[in-house]
Structure formats: C-alpha cells, structure tokens
Design a protein around this ligand. Structure first.
Ligand SMILES: Cc1cc2nc3c(=O)[nH]c(=O)nc-3n(C[C@H](O)[C@H](O)[C@H](O)COP(=O)(O)OP(=O)(O)OC[C@H]3O[C@@H](n4cnc5c(N)ncnc54)[C@H](O)[C@@H]3O)c2cc1C
Length: 502
C-alpha cells in the first residue's frame, strides 16, 4: 500500500536557517511538495553569523551556487582557519586550520611522527608542518585540491560573509525554484485536540497557514517547538558560561586576512571577521563575570578600524532543545539550540540537520523510529561540538581572572575527560562518525591549548631517526613550494570574485 506522502511543508522563519532549509528541501525533494516560508520583516533576523567552516561548500554545491558569484554577492573573503590568541596562555597563539598538519604515513596520523621527533628534540612546532598555517600567515589563497603529485591534500577553505546577503541570496534561489514566501507575523498555532500535532499557524492579519510538516526556524524564540509544543531546554551554561555578545562592524583594514581571529578576553573572547567591505567584530562574554559597559569598552578599544555602528547586544543560553523533532515539528537553526560561535558551527548545524531531515523524511504517519533516530543523531552531534568548545576554555593555564579560574577548574563532561586522557597518554584520538571535527582539529586545539601527550604510537618508531628527519623536512619543502605558487588573498579576490561595492 502506498505510504501517505507529505504534501505541504511550512517553514516558520526566514533567517539563514529558514532559507537554507527552504532552498535545500526544494532542491532535494520532489517538485510537487508544496513549501511555504513565513517570515516577518518587522521582527527581522539575529543578524550575525558571518564565519563558516568548509562544509558550507558542499551545501552551496548541492544548491548549485556558483562559488565566485556567491563570494561576490555576499562580499565574502576566504577562510583557512581560526587564530586563537591568549587562550591556553597569555601571549601565545595558534591557528586551528581546516587542514591536516603534515602527511599521514602508513595509516598513522602525522602527529605521532611529530611527537616522536619532538621527544627526540628534533621537531619544529606542529604548525611548521601545516600548509594552511603557512598560507594563512602569508596572507595568500588559491584553490588547490592536491599539492602537486604528492599525497598531501590541498587547501580546505570556508568563507567569511555578510549573513544578511547570504540569506537574501538563498531566498532568491529558493523563490525562483518555487518556494512560496508569506510576509507576516505568526501569532498563534492550531493544535489537533487529540494528537497535539500542529495543524496550522495563525498570522497577525487573520490568515491561517495549514501544513503537514512544520519546520521551526524562528530563531531563539522557538515559536513552535517551545512556544507551541513546550519540549524543554537543556542548559549547558555551567560548561559554556558565556551568555552575552556585543556585535559591531568596523571599517575594513588591509591586509584582508584569510582567517578569523578569536582573541581571549578577561571574561570571554572577541571575534574579528574580515569581509570585503567591512570587518565584523564581536565580544562574547559572561555577564556573571563582566558587565555590558566594560564589555563594550573592551570591544571598542580593540577594533582595528573605525566602528560603523553602535554595538548590538545579543543574549543567549548555550544548550539544546530536549527534543529537536517532536510530533510534526522539526526545529532547525537557533530554535533547536545554541552553541556559542567560537568554532563557527551554527550554520553547519543547520545544514547537517537539514540533510538528516532529508535522509529521514517522514510520511504523514510520522514514524516514531525516524523521529527517534533524528533526535539521537542531532543530539550526539551537539554533544561532540559542545565538548570541543569546552576544551578551549577548560584546558588553559590562565588564572588571571575569576572567569578563567572558573573555566580551568570546572567539572567537564565525562566524554571530554576521556578524550583528553586518551590524548594525553599516547596521543590517541579516534573520530566518532557523528563528529564534525576530524582528529587533526582536536590535535591542533589540544596542542594549541597546551595539552601535550606523554607518548606517541609505537608505529612511529618504525622509521629510523634519519628517515624521520627526512620525512619531516620533505613535508616542509612540499609546503614551502606549494605556498610560493599561490597568489595573495586580496589579489585572488580581485581577480576572481571582487564584490561590487557601489
Ligand atoms: C553572537 C552570535 C554570533 C554568531 N556567529 C556565528 C558565526 O560566526 N557562524 C555561524 O555559523 N553562526 C553564527 N551564529 C549563529 C547564526 O547567527 C545563526 O545560526 C543563523 O543566523 C541562523 O539563525 P536563525 O535563522 O535560526 O534565526 P534568526 O536569524 O533569528 O531568524 C529567525 C526568523 O524567524 C522569524 N520570526 C521569528 N518570530 C516570528 C514570528 N512571530 N512570525 C514570523 N516570523 C518570525 C524572523 O523574522 C526571522 O526571519 C552566531 C550567533 C550569535 C548569537
């Protein structure tokens, strides 16, 4: 018997989450599926979210966005990683790059060879073997899938972009493909008296928009998932205490760096995101340790260009919905939870949740197993990212402020404790299939924060000292040669995807 297919999807909210969801569902699901998106210009969007990670390239490719046109339209720049300064130790910095340092040899991760050389006193810093590090600090960029005919992979990259222009770009795309947009403020929901399923949303002008599957993209409000269905929220602020941000654009300054900067401050950190037409800045902090006036002063005192607006305040509670999918409602974007922007993971979570929804797309029977599996997988990915973020705060030598003393001594999740212990013992790391971050990301952040393994894998001893030294110097030579061939970041933008700033 044919299963009762869903015919009408209603998306509540048109920020980055709403328009990514609309554009992706339109592209991936059958054309007869009716997709309506409701948004309110009066309410607007959160208006931040400018730094991304390489997975966004996959989304853009699925949607059929031409990359150069997308960079031009969103006034974007390229991003090879995030520079963390003053995190593990004041005065120190490291780059969490999107690439793997070195080259894996005989299926053993590179960092084990590096750890052995370090133990023998013959290794440079881990980042001296990183192509991304070298290219980023040379302010260069180019598209490079592989490094010549070597086993080294090329440059993995993402973008810094204007989030409002990105949502507008997705909107054009989705509307052209047949998504119906309704302007209006949602003021209520009609629930089925027996099942509690959402039947329709009511708009301020009296219109009623009915559907079968509802996707809540209404931002922090969680209008449907929380407002109508009351699923509850799991608060993680005891592990990730920052709960406020001030965001301010400033005049663009040269050179245009191909990486984000995350500068630790006394009760949080400050971001710097270079775009073609301006620099995005923000100060993320915890209001239990710093008031807003001090946070604004610190932010404005540390801009490298003239501010273009007053700082915009934002409040959030780090955590997740108890259930991301309940009855016939799936929450995507900020309505599903929030992990602070330290590793630019929110837009990725939107796209990964949309792809899980597509994989487990229900029928009108709303199979319990699909919902269960979706909630399990999304919850697990949230927890893995949460642990990765906590690592940045917890593994620190800083004790110069109450905030950092709290972070350094707080009890952390057992899952993170186990990961840190495994790495500290013998440099071991194993990727969980749901983990967004590869082993090399964990290695860079653990080492960057000052967590140095006591040992390394025995396989690294299969090389003689001479072979090891040659291997490491070959890696450095390959990197130097590859970097020398690349153009400057600004030159690349100018010749391929310069934004029209008129
Ligand atoms: C300080 C900060 C920094 C961030 N930095 C990054 C970053 O660098 N990288 C990254 O990936 N992410 C970042 N994020 C997260 C990112 O901003 C969001 O994930 C992204 O913008 C998606 O937001 P959203 O679409 O879920 O919500 P919103 O942008 O809030 O959109 C909600 C939509 O719902 C609509 N709506 C709400 N209520 C109603 C109603 N009653 N009726 C009709 N419509 C309604 C609104 O009009 C809007 O269209 C950051 C977030 C914060 C707070």
């Amino acid at each position: 018997m044919a299963r009762p297919q869903i015919e009408k999807v209603v998306i509540a909210g048109g920020g980055t989450a709403g328009w990514i969801t609309a554009a992706a569902l339109r592209k991936l699901l059958p054309a007869h599926l009716d997709i309506t998106l409701i948004e309110s210009e009066q309410i607007g969007t959160v208006g931040v979210g400018e730094a991304t990670i390489p997975q966004i390239r996959r989304l853009n490719a699925i949607l059929g966005l031409d990359e150069d046109a997308f960079v031009r339209d969103t006034r974007a720049s390229f991003k090879l990683g995030i520079e963390f300064s003053d995190w593990g130790h004041i005065g120190e910095r490291y780059l969490h790059t999107f690439g793997d340092p070195g080259i894996n040899l005989s299926s053993l991760q590179f960092h084990h060879y590096w750890l052995r050389a370090r133990a023998e006193g013959s290794a440079a810093s881990l980042w001296d073997y990183s192509l991304h590090h070298r290219v980023a600090y040379a302010n260069k960029f180019g598209r490079m899938e592989r490094v010549g005919n070597t086993p080294m992979t090329g440059l993995a990259y993402a973008f810094h972009f204007d989030a409002t222009l990105y949502a507008a770009c997705l909107r054009r795309h989705a509307e052209a493909a047949g998504v119906r947009r309704v302007e209006g403020r949602i003021t209520g929901t009609d629930l089925n008296g027996e099942t509690g399923f959402i039947e329709a949303v009511q708009l301020e002008n009296g219109e009623r928009v009915a559907g079968e599957l509802f996707i809540d993209c209404s931002g922090f409000r969680g209008l449907l998932i929380e407002g109508a269905l009351g699923v509850g929220y799991r608060d993680w602020s005891h592990w990730l205490p920052c709960n406020r941000a001030l965001a301010v654009p400033s005049e663009q300054t040269e050179p245009l760096l191909p990486y984000t900067r995350a500068m630790a401050r006394e009760a949080g950190w400050q971001w710097r995101i270079p775009l073609q037409h301006r620099t995005g800045n923000g100060h993320v902090f915890c209001d239990a340790f710093m008031d807003e006036t001090r946070a604004a002063d610190l932010l404005l005192a540390n801009l490298d260009g003239r501010p273009l607006a007053d700082p915009k305040p934002l409040r959030f509670t780090t955590g997740r919905r108890e259930r991301f999918w309940a009855k016939n409602c799936v929450s995507i974007g900020l309505s599903s939870g929030f992990l602070e922007p330290l590793e630019s993971t929110s837009i990725h979570l939107i796209q990964s949740n949309v792809s899980r929804l597509v994989e487990l797309f229900p029928t009108r029977d709303f199979e319990a197993a699909n919902i269960e599996e979706y909630n399990r997988r999304v919850g697990h990915e949230y927890e893995l990212i949460r642990d990765f973020l906590i690592l940045h705060y917890h593994r620190t030598d800083r004790d110069d402020s109450e905030f950092w003393r709290y972070c350094a001594t707080m009890d952390v999740p057992d899952s993170l404790k186990a990961k840190m212990a495994l790495f500290e013992g013998g440099g071991h790391l194993f990727k969980d299939p749901e983990d967004l971050f590869r082993e090399s990301s964990w290695v860079q952040v653990m080492v960057g924060q000052g967590l140095m393994p006591k040992g390394y894998h025995a396989m690294a001893d299969r090389l003689s000292s001479e072979q090891l030294a040659r291997f490491l110097s070959d890696v450095q030579a390959i990197i130097a040669k590859a970097e020398a061939q690349l153009p400057g970041h600004t030159d690349f933008l100018r010749s391929h995807c310069k934004a029209d700033l008129q």
